[in-house]
Design a protein around this ligand. Structure first.
Ligand SMILES: [Fe+2]
Ligand SMILES: [Fe+2]
Length: 248
């Protein structure tokens, strides 16, 4: 029995592919088949796979049905969290998705799941990336305050959703946590953020995130040990479509 994670499948069986990188880059060629084969080799029915957002390019549920069927057909228990491109998934209507895919997929939002004695908590997150402009030497040359205020609102909403997830698990007696985000826990300038602070506050052992894809983005945030926690990037192209083992 093992716990695995990966993000950013960006499936498009019924929708138009919108990322130019996904059309040109070799790592994306037939990535659906590569990933499926890797899962079938690696995972058994007792295993758990957390899929950390950007599941599909579909604009609504009707355009995502085949993509979600593809995920249903992967081996093991599948837990999904939201990504910024998941237009089919309104956070407030998560209960309806869970009802629709009952026994097949778990949509995690304002809730938690368990693996052995661990609580699996998570949310989409938000990386406060836009308000500043950086020059070629990495120096901040401009800052947009209106944008900053808007970004802070989004960050706070995601932090409160994450806290709900932690608190529900804690109330049920869980003391060991693995935290999943779609966005990286910090922007390229930050060393700490509300997300890293929350991971420390609750003692999450590992923080797994995705969203950074394309080689130039792989090192946008923390990887490895940081202030007592292990941070790991698990975007699909970074992992070359091999699910990342989180726990045995
Ligand atoms: Fe993505
Ligand atoms: Fe994303």
């Amino acid at each position: 029995m093992a716990l695995y994670a990966i993000g950013d499948l960006h499936l498009h069986y019924q929708s138009v592919l919108k990322a130019p990188g996904q059309l040109k880059d070799r790592v994306w060629k037939n990535h659906e088949e590569k990933f499926k084969k890797n899962c079938e080799k690696l995972l058994s029915p007792e295993d758990t796979l957390v899929l950390m957002g950007d599941h599909s390019w579909g604009k609504n549920l009707a355009e995502c049905e085949k993509d979600l069927e593809y995920i249903c057909d992967l081996p093991g228990r599948k837990i999904l969290t939201r990504g910024n491109h998941d237009m089919f998934w309104d956070a407030k209507k998560t209960a309806q998705l869970n009802e629709l895919y009952r026994q097949r997929l778990v949509f995690l939002q304002d809730s938690y799941e368990t693996y052995r004695d661990y609580a699996l908590v998570g949310t989409k997150g938000y990386t406060f990336e836009g308000p500043f402009l950086v020059d070629r030497r990495g120096r901040v040359v401009d800052w947009d305050e209106a944008e900053e205020a808007h970004a802070k609102k989004l960050v706070n909403r995601e932090l409160s959703r994450l806290r709900t997830s932690f608190e529900l698990a804690k109330a049920d007696g869980y003391r060991k946590f693995i935290m999943f985000l779609h966005y990286p826990p910090t922007n390229i300038l930050e060393e700490r953020s509300g997300f890293t602070d929350m991971a420390e506050e609750y003692g999450a052992e590992q923080v797994i995130y995705a969203h950074c894809h394309g080689e130039s983005r792989f090192h946008d945030s923390i990887q490895g040990e940081f202030r007592g926690r292990l941070y790991r990037l698990a975007s699909g192209d970074f992992l070359k479509w091999q699910p990342l083992q989180i726990l045995e």
